[in-house]
Design a protein around this ligand. Structure first.
Ligand code: ZN
Ligand code: ZN
Length: 378
């Protein structure tokens, strides 16, 4: 008898039907509509607005603002992200934040709601489709319970999602075609519902789900290997900047996920722009010295591992790579100790020194990666 069995008695039927139903409509009815019916630019404009509006209400609002308190926002930002966040059909902000705070606290362990060690599908969406865990408690979001806007959204989240996220696009697209007589009203309304409603919901949901699945599976771990979260530019493009997940798990209260200036993080740029417009404040940033210390710590571990492997494979080897790696490891250990002392004492480190150490760390990692272990000869 096979060990694999779907626990049907634990299926969350409403959520499962919604997730599977919308996905099936998105891959069958939507292409059928696009191929067989003319569309107006207005329907696609709504799709183009609703995708970033709802996705970034999750990344900027639910995630960085409400779950991590990485900045403060004025009420219009809160209201917008709560209304359009509801339209992503990812539960209320209160429930989402509670789950997410548990994820950070217990990452890769049993109490992590979307624990990647239970498998890719579980972390992606399985955790929503089955009720395998005891009823959840919201005792880790007492700060949000005091927020009247958050509690208003928590109470009416399904209605907001339905009216603004699905019915709204249908009415608007129908009205546009009624007033401008571009397409039959029913055709416009159906297009609004399918494109800016259903297709958009599926795209945005899986963009968020990828953060819990792929961002814990593919990419590098430059800041910490103590958890499964990874940095990946590909995932950053797919998730509005949330793909630098290794950094995020290491420094969860930073409003930036893509901390380097060149990294793709539209959520970070939007928060920064809101702060310039007076709509956001108290943007939290981890000091550069602390970030570099984490990078140097990881580089040191990787270099020492490679050195130990070299020593084990070639105990008598005195060749150049071995000597160089040894010297570089010693230099890094010295720089690390110095930076650690400065960070502990909260002494400001000059930009020039940081850039120099950063470059040395990167060069060492490049060198470590370039060393290939050869099988020892008899
Ligand atoms: Zn994570
Ligand atoms: Zn987070």
């Amino acid at each position: 008898m096979s060990k694999f069995r779907i626990p049907f008695e634990k299926v969350n039927w409403i959520t499962s039907s919604f997730l599977i139903g919308t996905f099936l409509i998105a891959v069958t009815v939507v292409p059928w509509y696009i191929i067989n019916f003319e569309q107006s630019w207005f329907q696609w404009l709504m799709f183009a607005f609703m995708v970033p509006a709802t996705a970034m209400s999750i990344t900027l609002g639910y995630h960085r603002l409400f779950s991590h308190l990485s900045f403060k926002a004025k009420w219009p930002v809160k209201l917008f992200t709560l209304v359009f966040g509801a339209c992503a059909f990812e539960n209320s902000c209160l429930d989402w934040s509670s789950d997410h705070r548990k994820h950070h606290k217990h990452v890769d362990h049993d109490e992590d709601p979307y624990d990647i060690s239970k498998g890719f599908f579980w972390a992606h969406m399985g955790w929503l489709m089955f009720k395998l865990r005891p009823d959840k408690t919201n005792d880790n979001v007492n700060d949000l319970i005091k927020d009247r806007l958050v509690m208003w959204q928590h109470k009416y989240v399904q209605w907001i999602a339905l009216l603004v996220g699905l019915v709204g696009p249908a009415i608007l697209a129908g009205a546009y075609n009624h007033f401008f007589t571009v397409l039959p009203v029913w055709q416009g309304a159906l297009g609004g519902f399918l494109l800016a409603g259903v297709l958009r919901v599926v795209v945005v949901q899986h963009s968020t789900f990828f953060i819990n699945s792929l961002c814990h599976t593919i990419g590098h771990r430059p800041y910490s290997t103590k958890h499964s979260a990874r940095d990946s530019i590909i995932m950053a493009f797919a998730t509005f900047g949330e793909g630098y997940h290794n950094y995020h798990h290491e420094f969860q209260h930073d409003y930036r996920n893509g901390v380097k200036p060149w990294q793709w993080d539209p959520t970070k740029w939007t928060i920064w722009t809101l702060s310039k417009l007076g709509l956001a404040s108290n943007l939290r940033r981890v000091p550069d010295s602390k970030i570099l210390l984490a990078e140097m710590g990881e580089a040191r571990l990787r270099a020492e591992e490679k050195l130990a492997a070299l020593n084990a494979a070639h105990p008598t080897m005195t060749e150049r790579a071995h000597v160089m790696l040894n010297e570089l490891c010693e230099d890094l250990a010295k720089n690390y100790a110095e930076l650690e002392k400065l960070v502990t004492q909260r002494v400001e480190v000059s930009k020039q020194t940081l850039v120099g150490w950063q470059q040395e760390t990167r060069d060492l990692m490049k060198f470590v990666r370039s060393i290939r272990l050869m099988p020892a000869t008899a």
